[in-house]
Design a protein around this ligand. Structure first.
Ligand code: ADP
Length: 170
């Protein structure tokens, strides 16, 4: 029994680390972020943190896609404005992968209201207004899975190893 447990421990640690590193989040630079030339700066923050970019595309979202993306807000008074804004121009839709990427990217993004976002966060550094808050990030595992499936086909997500990750993760 000891041998089995010992063997289990030997192999469980790297295997679990790999599984943890596979969390995915849907991150989108909204039309205001694209128009304000913030694409490179935003990508740079995620890249430098150590997350892995596995999907990216630029598109002008159709109104239906924007509605589906924000369906949880369908009854809110700002819904129509939100949907027209999102479909008013190009966005950069991305999938980032890594340990606790959902929770941590929300920290990197900052509060919904840019004026309540801490300096150093994306919204805190770049935004002023609720409606033009630069970026979207999934807020839970459930929404991440739903949003990734909504915006990307599975073959649009790249599976590859990033050698740098051996230096990001123990
Ligand atoms: P977050 O983007 O931080 O996850 P929510 O999911 O609550 O925030 O809202 C989605 C988006 O709707 C926000 O990013 C913001 O652009 C817009 N929004 C939220 N609340 C308001 C509001 N009270 N007035 C105008 N726009 C809003």
């Amino acid at each position: 029994a000891f041998m089995i447990v010992a063997a289990g421990l030997t192999f469980a640690t790297p295997a679990m680390a790999t599984a943890n590193n596979k969390e995915r989040s849907f991150i989108m630079i909204k039309p205001d972020g694209v128009q304000r030339s913030l694409i490179a700066d935003i990508i740079k923050r995620f890249e430098q943190k150590g997350y892995k970019l596995i999907g990216i595309k630029v598109l002008v979202p159709a109104k239906q896609l924007a509605e589906a993306h924000y369906e949880e807000h369908a009854q809110r008074p700002f819904f129509q404005k939100l949907v027209s804004f999102l479909s008013s121009g190009a966005v950069v839709a991305m999938v980032w992968e890594g340990q606790e990427v959902i929770k941590f990217s929300r920290n990197m993004i900052g509060a919904t209201n840019p004026l309540a976002s801490a300096p150093g966060t994306i919204r805190g550094d770049f935004g002023v207004d609720f409606g033009h808050n630069v970026i979207h990030g999934s807020d839970s595992l459930t929404s991440a899975e739903r949003e990734i499936a909504l915006w990307f086909k599975s073959e649009e997500l790249a599976q590859y190893d990033l050698t740098m990750q051996a230096w990001t993760y123990e």
